[in-house]
Structure formats: C-alpha cells, structure tokens
Design a protein around this ligand. Structure first.
Ligand SMILES: [Zn+2]
Length: 79
C-alpha cells in the first residue's frame, strides 16, 4: 500500500466499499502517513459538506473531479 493506492481507493474507503483486507492495509498506511491522513480528513469534510446540502450520493462527475484534484494535490506534495 502506497500513497498512490490510497488516492485510488479513497472514494471506495469513504463509501465503505473496500474489501476488508484492503481497508486494513489502507488504515495501516494512514496510521503512519501524515499526508494521506490529511487527504482523507479533507475529503471526508468535503463529502460531509456536500451531503449536508444534497442528500444524494456523490454523482460520478463529482467523484471524478474530486479524484483528479486529489491526485494533483498529492503529486504537488511529493514534488
Ligand atoms: Zn501516504
């Protein structure tokens, strides 16, 4: 499990759609990677704000935009 995998699996993790093994590996990574914890926290907050104003699941285009933004952010953080 590395930072890139976290970003790839993040939306599944937040949707509770991850395989338990994968989820455990992800949480282990979060325990030792501050960058990813920050990304997860920020994303959770974003989703909460979104869900409060709109009681529907995240539409696909929003998920994709979120994903793209996160990948960009992560790349910048690693550069
Ligand atoms: Zn990480």
């Amino acid at each position: 499990m590395n930072c890139k995998t976290i970003v790839t699996e993040l939306t599944n993790y937040l949707d509770d759609a991850l395989d338990p093994m994968l989820r455990q590996a992800l949480e282990q990574h979060l325990g030792k990677c501050k960058d990813c914890r920050l990304v997860v926290d920020t994303t959770k907050q974003t989703i909460q704000i979104y869900c409060n104003s709109e009681p529907a699941p995240l539409p696909t285009d929003t998920r994709q935009r979120l994903h793209a933004a996160l990948e960009k952010k992560l790349r910048r953080a690693r550069a």
